[in-house]
Design a protein around this ligand. Structure first.
Ligand SMILES: Nc1nc2c(c(=O)[nH]1)N[C@H]1C(S)=C(S)[C@@H](COP(=O)(O)O)O[C@H]1N2
Ligand SMILES: [Mo]
Length: 429
């Protein structure tokens, strides 16, 4: 489908006026009386003719020693936005959320964010060092790490703090891949970081860790010790196989629920200290500049957020009658408790049906099965997590945070579905 483009920000009054729809009539926008059936099939050559694949043998086994998606799925790919960054080595691409279902992101479609390109590391030459305020500084090979008892498997979302960052000043990018695609959710296999810290022996004054990557950017982030001991993992596995190079092969730090920047890839060193380091990625980057010139410091947790992935600009509505609306919700504070969906720009809400496992700090899938009568809709979703936190509107966020920010935009997204089914990124205010 189309790449990103800029659309204007809509003002609720202006928009409704232009569309010629009275506010009152939108109360049940898009909801026709139920009973609309699927159309009976017209005479269809696909059924009556013999197709090529019926006539000839297909490839044998081993034609694809490592399987790939069907060639017909060639458009389901990560995409970048060329004007966003100066180089592809320090850049980002986006997960095609509109083309996926369930909660697990296929490994090859996980968005990539790196600051010095993808390090291609020979695992035999990779080490993890633990130094600083420990009794015994240690160096581990990958094989050493795989011999530790207590290995775990966990699914967690990773969201870059800059996800939706281009939307602070209004609707920008036309597709949930671009507005919300800096998130992925995979199964990790590895060991609790606590296991390694226990092995090295923490000194009494230990309070912070510095995690460091082996890539050309030498990415470093300070992590409070209580978080490290609570649930951080050192992982080599991703969706049942080794990590992909893009995701930090052969070793990555997992920091559940916290901003993606802290999940150091190509992890090679953990230094234990008594205070944070205040390196680049936690001072000049990944802090939020407020309207009064002050900055929010250490905004680690990713607050509850959700997005409708279908329909969305890259996945417009094709048919009247029965349709399935679906989307994703997540929270860095725990499990998603409820997702509400509005079809009329936030006037009326209904509770979506959640399907699939609901796990703490993992993507959660929701559905609303509905009949569409061809009316324009303004679709929104609103997540609530187990702490009772409710996803705010973008205007509520701007009131507290101003518009200087890039990071931590978890405001409610609006998609305008036109009567021809075409769908656009808009904002109502
Ligand atoms: N070593 C290293 N780790 C890194 C980065 C990096 O550039 N180098 N980028 C960080 C950022 S900003 C994010 S959002 C996540 C992205 O993880 P992903 O590439 O698996 O999506 O990795 C983080 N870890
Ligand atoms: Mo990031």
């Amino acid at each position: 489908m189309s790449g990103p483009r800029t659309v204007s920000t809509f003002n609720r009054r202006g928009f409704l006026g232009a569309a010629g729809v009275g506010a009152a009539s939108l109360g049940t926008a898009g909801l026709a009386a139920s009973g609309t059936a699927f159309a009976a099939p017209a005479p269809d050559p696909v059924i009556t003719e013999v197709q090529d694949w019926n006539r000839t043998l297909g490839d044998g086994v081993q034609a694809r020693p490592y399987g790939k998606p069907s060639a017909f799925e060639k458009d389901v790919v990560r995409r970048d936005v060329e004007w966003l960054t100066a180089s592809r080595e320090s850049s980002v691409n986006f997960t095609p959320l509109h083309a996926l279902d369930g909660i697990i992101t296929p490994s090859g479609l996980c968005f990539e964010r790196h600051h010095g390109g993808v390090a291609e590391i020979d695992p035999a030459k990779h080490r993890l060092m633990i130094n600083g305020l420990v009794d015994k500084p240690m160096v581990f090979t990958l094989d050493d790490l795989k011999r530790f008892p207590g290995r775990v498997n966990r699914a967690y979302f990773l969201e870059c703090a800059a996800n939706s960052g281009m939307e602070w000043r209004g609707a920008q990018l036309n597709g949930c891949q671009f507005t919300h695609g800096m998130v992925h959710n995979v199964w990790y296999s590895g060991i609790p970081l606590k296991t390694l810290l226990d092995e090295a022996g923490l000194r009494g004054n230990a309070k912070w860790l510095l995690a460091e990557g082996a890539d050309a950017s030498g990415m470093t982030r300070s992590i409070p010790l209580d978080k490290a001991l609570r649930d951080c993992l050192v992982v080599w596995g991703m969706n049942g196989e080794m990590l992909r190079p893009e995701q930090g092969y052969p070793l990555r730090l997992v920091v559940p629920g916290w901003e993606g920047n802290m999940w150091i890839k190509w992890l090679r060193r953990i230094e234990v200290g008594d205070q944070p380091w205040h390196h680049r990625e936690e001072t000049s980057k990944y802090t939020d500049l407020l309207a009064d010139g002050r900055s929010r410091r250490f905004t680690f947790i990713m607050d509850a957020k959700s997005v409708v992935t279908n329909p969305s600009p890259q996945a417009p509505l094709r048919q009247k009658g029965p349709n399935v609306l679906t989307g994703l919700a997540w929270s860095g504070r725990g499990a998603i408790r409820r997702v509400d969906v509005s079809l009329d720009g936030g006037r009326n809400w209904r509770t979506a049906r959640i399907d699939g496992p609901v796990m703490s700090m993992s993507l959660t899938r929701f559905y609303v099965d509905f009949d569409w009568d061809g009316r324009e809709m303004m679709i929104q979703s609103r997540a609530m997590d187990e702490t009772g936190y409710v996803q705010p509107t973008k205007d509520e966020l701007r009131k507290v945070r101003g518009t200087n920010s890039i990071y931590h935009n978890n405001g409610i997204q609006t998609w305008l579905v036109r009567s021809n089914g075409e769908t656009e990124n808009v904002e109502i205010g």
